[in-house]
Design a protein around this ligand. Structure first.
Ligand SMILES: CC(=O)CC(=O)C(=O)O
Ligand SMILES: [Mg+2]
Length: 216
């Protein structure tokens, strides 16, 4: 099976990186991390265009976070930074939908972010983007609009931890397997959405996607 089909399979990992853009860390009043902050989403959180994002029960602040996703093609452990890109099969555009009020409560209580980050429909994704279509993944524009109004307009060159650095770091702790996805963090401009909103986002002129938001 091709890696393009593999990335949505149950059993694959969705490893997410938090606060990887200084301006986003600052807008939420968080310190800039000294090493990558990692969390997971289950594969049941994937959503494709044509189906709505569902605000989870009890959430009153569902934020959009547009992100570049890396698709792993070659399995590896303790991958060096210099060979990290050899493990990449392609990319996706993703939204790390975040129940910010759940996250704030979890942070206060020292609890995990599973409810805030991993609920059903929390990971809307584009189709698989072959690696040749993104000439320089470390210098590509990421944008997000809500109801036509630009909210996020960033560039992957502003990541704190580069893509090779992330792959190498993550693989010291978790074997990276074909079909695993790394969501590389969001630039600044995140905001709350409400039922009836339409979110559009894109990766330069390579891909764009659109999702409606409804109450779950
Ligand atoms: C504060 C966050 O939710 C971290 C995160 O997901 C990010 O992309 O940054
Ligand atoms: Mg995120």
């Amino acid at each position: 099976m091709s890696v393009a089909a593999k990335f949505r399979e149950a059993g694959r990992k969705i490893i997410c990186v938090g606060r990887n853009y200084g301006a986003h860390a600052a807008e939420l009043g968080n310190p800039v991390p000294e090493k990558p902050i990692l969390f997971f989403k289950p594969t049941s959180s994937y959503l494709s265009e044509g189906s709505p994002i569902q605000i989870p029960k009890g959430c009153s602040s569902l934020h959009h976070e547009v992100e570049l996703g890396i698709i792993i093609e070659r399995t590896g452990k303790n991958i060096s930074e210099s060979s990290a890109l050899d493990h990449v099969g392609g990319y996706i555009l993703a939204l790390d939908m975040t129940a910010r009020d759940f996250q704030d409560e979890a942070k206060k209580k020292g609890q995990p972010w599973a409810m805030a980050k991993g609920f059903d429909t929390s990971c809307p994704v584009s189709g698989f983007i072959p690696r040749e279509k993104v000439q320089d993944p470390q210098n590509v524009n990421l944008w997000c609009k809500v109801n036509g109004q630009t909210k996020q307009d960033g560039n992957t060159k502003d990541m704190i931890f580069s893509i090779p650095n992330l792959i190498s770091y993550i693989s010291q702790y978790f074997t990276l397997e074909a079909g695993d996805v790394i969501l590389t963090g969001t630039p600044s401009g995140v905001s709350a959405t409400k039922p009836g909103d339409t979110i559009q986002c894109g990766l330069a002129d390579v891909v764009s996607m659109q999702f409606d938001v409804k109450q779950g």
